[in-house]
Design a protein around this ligand. Structure first.
Ligand SMILES: NC(=O)C1=CN([C@@H]2O[C@H](COP(=O)(O)OP(=O)(O)OC[C@H]3O[C@@H](n4cnc5c(N)ncnc54)[C@H](OP(=O)(O)O)[C@@H]3O)[C@@H](O)[C@H]2O)C=CC1
Ligand SMILES: O=C(CO)COP(=O)(O)O
Length: 320
């Protein structure tokens, strides 16, 4: 069986590199000039410099050629996924579509698996998520991720097909839990970055991570997810990585907010739109998400970091 990665950003390129060390892989970039440059130089200088492509990676901008594979990894940002699929839904029929993005769609409140199911209902939708920086995967450093697929047989097949020497996959059928964990960890990473940027201390960050994890569990379980999914790589695991590393773009946006600095708007930061989408969604779920709400206000600059901290500290006292 063959695999293609659609989207030659940092993550798509890293996955193609890891897979390409042991099997043929196609990496698709939408821009023909970019595809030609990566193919010639054997490196994605724009998105993942210092990570050479193995020989077994074929780079192309030919969409139909890339879609000839049975398994397609969709490595485009969350808010672009629907438009990307809608360009040619027939090309995706009957495929194993593995979303590699994290977040909640602003217009619908759906996660990546939900979006795939809506646009291409006759594909097998799956999600690859969990703690990993693209640069680490590309360098061959050890990583472990979650492969979520509601269909257990397809999930097992994808787990075997996409596990590599340095990328160990665990599988689950709980796609909702995996979606919510991956989406919310980015929101809390923004909050943690802001706390560190404003020099409020590591204790405050630990409090935010823990109470953020409570919000994540609350939302996921209200939506029918399993608690053990949130305790796994896609929930706790990714929360731990993203909230503690300046290599995270979400954490870095938070750092900039905390320091009162500007941040390059062209950088992919999934947590910003997702925080908004989650607040919209939780209106109908009827649950309390105070940290997520605070992140929305910080991004909108309708609240200072000091006021945000004061607001969270003075909420009514409750049981843990
Ligand atoms: N980077 C990382 O370490 C990790 C990222 N992820 C997740 O992977 C997803 C992608 O992130 P990442 O690769 O880092 O982002 P990048 O910003 O590096 O790349 C995004 C890619 O998506 C492409 N793209 C955007 N819109 C479209 C579209 N409509 N059609 C086709 N291609 C499109 C871009 O193409 P173009 O260059 O032409 O604009 C670019 O190649 C995110 O959800 C992120 O959370 C998950 C784990 C790790
Ligand atoms: O998802 C990631 C790590 O698991 C990458 O995080 P950022 O998108 O914040 O860089």
């Amino acid at each position: 069986m063959s695999v293609s990665v659609l989207g030659a950003g940092a993550f798509g390129t890293a996955l193609a590199i890891s897979l390409g060390r042991s099997q043929p892989v196609t990496l698709w970039a939408r821009d023909p000039d970019q595809a030609a440059e990566i193919a010639t130089q054997r490196i994605n200088t724009r998105r993942l410099p210092e990570a050479p492509l193995p020989e077994a990676v074929t780079v192309t901008s030919d969409f139909n050629a890339a879609c000839a594979s049975k398994t397609l990894l969709l490595a485009v940002p969350m808010q672009r996924l629907r438009a990307f699929l809608q360009q040619d839904p027939l090309a995706f029929r009957g495929k194993n579509l593995v979303a590699c993005c994290k977040g909640v769609e602003l217009s619908t409140g759906l996660g990546p698996v939900g979006v795939i199911a809506e646009v291409v209902p006759d594909a097998q939708a799956a999600l690859l998520t969990g703690p990993s920086f693209a640069a680490d995967i590309a360098r061959g450093l050890p990583t472990a991720l979650t492969l979520a697929c509601a269909d257990a047989v397809t999930g097992l097949l994808l787990q075997q097909e996409l596990t590599t020497a340095n990328l160990r996959l665990y599988r689950t059928t709980d796609t909702i839990g995996a979606e919510v964990g991956g989406a919310l960890k980015n929101v809390f990473a923004i909050a943690c970055g802001a706390v560190i940027g404003a020099e409020l201390g590591d204790s405050a960050r630990a409090a935010l991570m823990t109470r953020g994890f409570a919000e994540m569990q609350r939302m996921a379980q209200t939506m029918g997810a399993r608690a053990e999914t949130l305790a796994g790589l896609s929930g706790f695991g990714d929360l731990a990585l993203t909230c503690s590393s300046p290599l995270s773009r979400n954490f870095s946006l938070g750092l900039a907010l905390g320091r009162g600095e500007s941040f390059d708007p062209s950088i992919t930061v999934e947590g910003a739109a997702t925080a908004r989408a989650v607040m919209e969604k939780t209106k109908s779920l009827g649950i309390d998400m105070p940290i997520t709400q605070t992140v929305v206000a910080l991004i909108d600059q309708s609240l200072t970091i000091a006021d945000a901290a004061a607001q969270l500290l003075t909420r009514p006292l409750k049981e843990e």
